[in-house]
Each structure stands twice: as C-alpha cells, then as structure tokens.
Ligand binder design. Structure first.
Ligand code: SF4
Length: 343
C-alpha cells in the first residue's frame, strides 16, 4: 500500500472517531446518514481547534439538514447531461464526472447530492467517452467528480489515454482538491504519467491560507515541474474566508507555490449549504480591495454560477464614475478620480 493509500484508509467516517475536543456538541448522525462524512488523517492534522476554518469545512453540522433554502441540483446539471457522466452547458466543452469519491468530504460541496454515494460504474465511463467521441464540437474536457485524482493511476491512465485518442479533444483539464486535501497522493509516478497527456491543465481547490503547508506546496511544485499549468479555484465561505485579508493572503501564498489564482466562486445555492452563503456584494467588495493592493497575478475572477444552469458570470467591481463631453472619468484603487479622454 502506498503512503497516500494508508493515510486515506485511516479516514474518519463517524463523529465518535474524532479526537475528543473536536466531537461536535450536536447529534450529527442524521446529517451523515444523508451527507457522508470523511476526514482523512492529514486534513484532521490541520484542524487546530473547534470551529477553526478547517473544522468548519469538514466537520458536519445540523445546519445541513435544517436548510430549507437550497436545492439539490440548483445548476440543473442532471438536466444538462446528454450521457451518464457528462454535463454539457457550453458549446465547446464538457464536464466529465469520473469519480464520486474524494479524499475528504467538504460540507459545502456543490455536488453534495452525489459525493460519497455509490461509485461511478465502468460502463458509464465508457459510454461517456463514446459520447465525447461522437460530438465533434467538444474540444475541451474537464475531468471532475468527486475528485478525479482519487482514482488509481491505472484507471486515470486508461481514461486519459482514451480521451487523447479523440482527435477533436484539444485540451484536457482536471479539477481536484487532492493537492490540498491529500497531497501525498501526488507521487512521482502519478506526475510522470500525467506528463504524458499534455496539453493538460489542473485547477486546484484551496480555500484558506492554513491549507498551504509544506506537503501541499511540495505537491504543487511537483505538478508545476512537470509543466502542468496550475490554477486555483476557491469558494467564498461565510465564517471561513469571507474577508479580504484571508483571500489576499491565500492568493499570495498560492502564487508562491506556483498556482495561479483563477476563480473565486460565489457558493452555489445547494441544499445543505446555506449556512456558508455570503451576499454577492461581499465577493465584489473583496475583489475591489485586492485591485491595486496586490499584483494582478494574485487576483482571481469572482464568478457566480447562475441558478438554473445559465453558466458562469464574472462579477467585476465598478471603476467608471462618469462620462463627460471629452471622455470618461474613472476612480483608481485609492478612490481618486482620473479623466481618460476619447481618442
Ligand atoms: S473535494 Fe470537491 S467534490 Fe469533493 S467534497 Fe470537496 S468540494 Fe465536493
């Protein structure tokens, strides 16, 4: 058994297995009957105390089953599924769900309806690849889940090989939380295998500066050394990272480990997660507080995935103040007005 498999097999799945100071006061059995709990020993080691930012992301809460605002599938992913594991929302690309398992289960997950449930069937994977082969408009495939990198190397290799055999698939992307949630999974063998499938892009889900550790830094550096462009995806979460100091520090630390900030997501309106939601204005305000105060490389796109399946829309702070006869008036990052003349 490899080191990461040993760590993963030691995951906690019931509250009574938690160290005594971290056992929630609430009876969360009914929560985990509906939404499974899994916390691997590495993630557990990052929890320093009850209610810290890692605790809140991974320890179940009764609020999940008392949520009456969210919907199981607010983005209508299941209606937009032309093949078993495929979501097609845009003209030239698809999401390909290759796993329903993850290294630990995040309580705010936007696929709470499926993660940790029954495993995805081999035949469904094969049917999905046939669908991708049959639709020549698909030039970009995003492997998602669950977490694609929780699959054994052999299964990943088979999926990537079959996708690379399809001439119209130009780009393959992988969306994963593994370099953050089980960085030991990023082994030299895995990296060597992935390197054979360029152009390959990886977007990694990090939400808080305390997730950036020597282990996650090493995992990201190994992937970057293999020439894989790394982007970040973070979710804005109430009580965890919804302030500009935390997001700024997170983005700066990501750049240091060679992960380019890409998306900051408004949390989706998924059932069981409403206690994590923030007002839309909060994200715009945070992005505004970054502009000018840190390099543009550190600033992610703040996006909302529109309920009903409308797709992602970027939300951008306004810097245009007014228009006069000669040009436009903008305010800069310090709030000072500047005139920009018409050509
Ligand atoms: S790793 Fe991603 S898919 Fe898995 S539980 Fe967390 S947010 Fe959901």
């Amino acid at each position: 058994m490899e080191v990461w498999e040993r760590i993963h097999s030691g995951s906690i799945q019931t509250p009574s297995e938690l160290p005594e100071p971290l056992i929630p006061d609430e009876d969360i059995k009914t929560v985990i009957d509906k939404y499974p709990m899994k916390i691997n020993p590495y993630i557990l080691s990052l929890i320093k105390e009850e209610n810290d930012p890692i605790y809140r992301q991974f320890i179940p809460s009764l609020k999940e089953i008392n949520d009456h605002k969210g919907k199981e599938d607010p983005l209508k992913e299941e209606e937009m599924s032309p093949a078993p594991c495929i979501i097609k929302r845009y003209p030239d690309r698809v999401v390909f769900l290759v796993s329903s398992q993850c290294a630990s289960y995040c309580r705010f997950c936007n696929r709470k309806r499926m993660v940790g449930r029954s495993k995805i069937r081999y035949n469904d994977i094969i049917d999905s690849i046939s669908y991708i082969r049959s639709d020549r408009s698909i030039r970009d495939v995003l492997l998602s889940g669950g977490d694609p990198l929780i699959l054994p190397d052999r299964d990943l290799f088979n999926i990537l090989t079959r996708l690379r055999e399809i001439p119209h698939v130009e780009i393959i992307r992988i969306g994963t939380r593994i370099p953050c949630s089980l960085p030991q999974r990023i082994t030299p063998e895995l990296v060597k295998m992935l390197k054979g499938f360029h152009p390959l892009y990886i977007n990694i889900h990090f939400n808080h500066p305390s997730e950036i550790t020597p282990q996650s830094s090493r995992a990201c550096n190994m992937l970057a050394d293999a020439g894989i462009p790394l982007g970040s995806q973070s979710v804005l979460l109430r009580g965890i990272n919804d302030d500009h100091h935390t997001i700024k520090r997170l983005m700066q630390m990501l750049l240091k480990i060679r992960v380019r900030p890409y998306y900051l997501f408004q949390a989706d309106r998924v059932k069981g997660t409403s206690h994590f939601w923030t007002p839309l204005e909060k994200g715009i305000e945070i992005i505004k507080s970054l502009i000018g105060h840190t390099s543009g490389l550190c600033i992610p796109h703040f996006v909302v995935d529109l309920p009903g399946g409308g797709g992602k829309v970027p939300l951008i702070p306004q810097f245009l103040l007014s228009k006069d006869r000669d040009g436009l008036v903008f305010k800069n990052y310090q709030g000072k007005p500047y005139h920009y003349p018409f050509p």
